[in-house]
Write a protein that binds this ligand. Sequence first.
Ligand code: 13P
Length: 280
Amino acid sequence: MALVKMSDLISKVDASYAIGAFNVSDMEMAMGAIRAAEELHAPLLLQIAEGRLRYSPLELLAPVMLAAARKCKMPTAVHLDHGATMETIGLALELGFTSVMFDGSKYPLEENIARTKEVVKLARRYGADVEGEIGHVGGAEGDMESADVLVTSVEEAVCFAEKTGIDAMAVAIGTAHGNYREQPKLRIDRLQEIHAAVKTPLVLHGGTGLTEADFKTCLLNGIDKINIATASYDASAAKIKKVHEEKPSASYFDFSEAIVEGTYANVKRHMQIFGLSGKA
Ligand code: 13P
């Protein structure tokens, strides 16, 4: 009953909190995220990256994510993360996702703009929102190409936002996808400059491994949506291993519940840090 658009959630955000966007790969992870949202009375955004679809085909996972969003008592958006191809983006829109990301960050600026504009044109036919990326967040989400961080420039951010008409913009300010080998140095100065120059809501990728203080500083300085993927996958895997160690007779269903619980605990912890309690 509560499927909404990304823009419905982001438009309400003020500097005291940011929307948590949580990657899921199956029904159990979606159930864990919903449990956390309902318990905290928090809005929720469920997403899956194109690079993960070889494990969870979109035709199968999309109906689960959409049903989960409709079942959730809190407003919930369903988003394609790091869309790379028009084919997958089109399929996500056709299946009912309420927003899509097109990650054109590997292309030169003009090509990124042109390709992102095509996605915006298509998404508008479905009444859906679009997230783009300018600069390049390092690391890899799923099987996406890996590359070094390319910190977003203010000029490119302004130009990209104006020319594409996107609803949310992922910026690179020193974070990377996956677990950090060393603590990242965040470019809060650059975030402040971009936030002052651009009205488009800003998205932080590579949330796993940032400290509570990092998250707070980012949302206070203009970040509206924060992506968390690896931490949920790791928390679920750790819970499965724990169940296996502690209960040698564990059944399939014990492991299934371990995934729900692992994701639930991780999503809840991040929602609390992001200031989402009671914000639904
Ligand atoms: P992490 O895997 O580092 O949490 O990054 C998530 C992300 O940005 C997904 O797009």
